[in-house]
Ligand binder design. Sequence first.
Ligand code: SF4
Length: 428
Amino acid sequence: MRLSEIIGYYKKVAPEIARISAGREIAVKFGAEAGYGKRPDIAQFPSDILNHVRRGATSFHISEERWKDPLQLSTESTKTELDNLRNGWDLVFDIDCPWGFEIAKSTAKLVVQALRWHDIKNIFVKFSGSKGFHILVPYEAFPKELHKDEISKYYPEIPQLCAQYILEFIKPNLEKQILELASYDIKKLIEIFGTTKEKIFDEKTQSFHTNIFAQIDIGLMSSRHLFRAPYSLNEKSWLAAVPVQPDKIKDFEKDFAKPESINLEEGFMNFEGVRTGEASQLLMQTLDWQKRMEEKDEKKYSGRKFEFSDKVPEEAFPPCMKIILSGLQDGRKRSLFALLNFMKSAKWPWNEIEERVWEWNKKNSPPLKTGYVKAQLAWHARQSLKVPPPNCRQYFIELGVCKPDAICDKIKNPISYPKFKIGGMTSK
Ligand code: SF4
């Protein structure tokens, strides 16, 4: 798009972007290859948007979190400081499906249906500008308190849990819809997704790995994470992140998002009519589901025959963990998840885990964002239950860190590796 066309487009939508950005952090992109401009930033007036555009801005991104003063944010802010500065968050599902727009539509439709099933009326859907959709349930719909504390402090834990619960909730229907799309032909599925049978179908349970097909990216729900602002352009597709009627997702075509064909729908993400507690049912069901999952995990893991009597030294870590600890370029978030579970199960004191994780992050290229690492550490610190890392080997093969040695042939989970390397287990 030419600069004059970009300016002309944003002149039309800047008032709406500025209105929606109130109380949020914004970040500005200057071209497809560029990173974000200075952060934190805000857009109070349409002229703020247009000034950026005249300087070459192509897209605008807003935070899920709402802040008392976004300009007080800093990469050095502690979790407590962020909690005190935050005065809300929206639940935003990021439905981004690399395997085709039809599957993204099916997933988005099912998420909307699931939210409706939980009595939520105010659901805001928009095209992501690329391959999927963003579905938003506003903060105003949630009860103001949880466990006698402001619910604004439960970020990203509560939205992450809600997303996981909804994903579980829609799984059977999603699986059915994906199968229908492929006319129940597994060969066709393999062809569509360009993958192997093992990656899409679990022989043991005779069911599909639904997460492989369509992911609700819960990674979006991390501290200071952003999503494309409604009406912002996407500088790769030159399509706009336009609102979509929740009941018309299936009819949506990418052509509707061409800048020249959008109809400005004033009032998108206007939360005035949202009833407090509209999302209570979702919250209750999510917490109940979490409890059931924890009990299940407890049963599964508390019956372990052994545990380490002392902290496992790094020399006794399995190859995958050593490779992760040497620093990564890709798969850093999933690796952090596995690493934290491994170290907790390997009897590392929490302060040493934190120290080692920060040291590790410096070796990553690029390092994970400070806010993301802080949020993950905070979440894991709160989980009293020690859950082992994912089993060998698929998860680690996908991360490119599974380099088995002779001991690996004897084990099913990386946490068993040190037992053979150094012994040191005690019977329970
Ligand atoms: S086999 Fe298991 S323990 Fe060994 S490197 Fe692979 S994932 Fe790690």
